[in-house]
Ligand binder design. Structure first.
Ligand SMILES: CC(C)(COP(=O)(O)OP(=O)(O)OC[C@H]1O[C@@H](n2cnc3c(N)ncnc32)[C@H](O)[C@@H]1OP(=O)(O)O)[C@@H](O)C(=O)NCCC(=O)NCCS
Length: 156
């Protein structure tokens, strides 16, 4: 059984995150579906690390960097998740364990709902989120939006 951990990303993760971001299997499934250059990436990471509304974690598998999972606050109680894992780790429960751990972190921060916006043709990812308890709640010509409810909204 592999040991999966999440660590908050820091500037020391820049090269790894740059490499992961520019793999075709990552950027083709991103909203911004093109590779980024190093300068763009460095500025992006600096702004993310400073941003208190974004939680970016590096996924470790047995002490090796295996991927990233990120939660962006949409409002006080809702976060949007995005995740990418190196292909060598696909199908090995690495992403699954990281998602479960990430959701636990979000629960600890008082979040009530996690959403994921996935390209319609990204079948693998849709299946991944669905088998981990997410359900589709909205769609348009490009995306399916899935949600995971941690707690019924406090307003109810
Ligand atoms: C999304 C991602 C993190 C999922 O991790 P993973 O380890 O590949 O996921 P899993 O193997 O646990 O689950 C994928 C499921 O899709 C299934 N699958 C694979 N190809 C499929 C296809 N074409 N159609 C439907 N299901 C498919 C797999 O069989 C598996 O289901 P199973 O466990 O019942 O067999 C990983 O694939 C990834 O990093 N993808 C690139 C980035 C990305 O697309 N991120 C999502 C946008 S936020």
């Amino acid at each position: 059984m592999n040991k999966i951990n999440l660590e908050m990303a820091s500037n020391g993760d820049s090269d790894f995150l740059f490499y992961l971001r520019n793999l075709p299997e990552t950027y083709e499934n991103s909203r911004n579906a093109r590779p980024v250059n190093k300068e763009e990436h460095k500025n992006w990471l600096l702004s993310i690390i400073k941003n208190k509304e974004i939680f970016l974690y590096v996924i470790y598998c047995d002490d090796n960097k295996a991927g990233q999972i990120r939660f962006d606050k949409m409002d006080e109680f809702i976060v949007e998740v995005s995740i990418s894992v190196l292909k060598d780790y696909w199908g090995k429960k690495v992403a699954e364990t990281a998602l479960i751990k990430g959701i636990k972190e979000m629960r600890g921060k008082g979040m009530e709902r996690v959403i994921a916006e996935i390209k319609r043709e990204n079948f693998r990812s849709i299946k991944f989120f669905e088998k981990n308890g997410f359900t589709k709640f909205r769609e348009n010509s490009e995306f399916f939006d899935l949600e995971y409810i941690l707690k019924q909204p406090s307003s109810l």
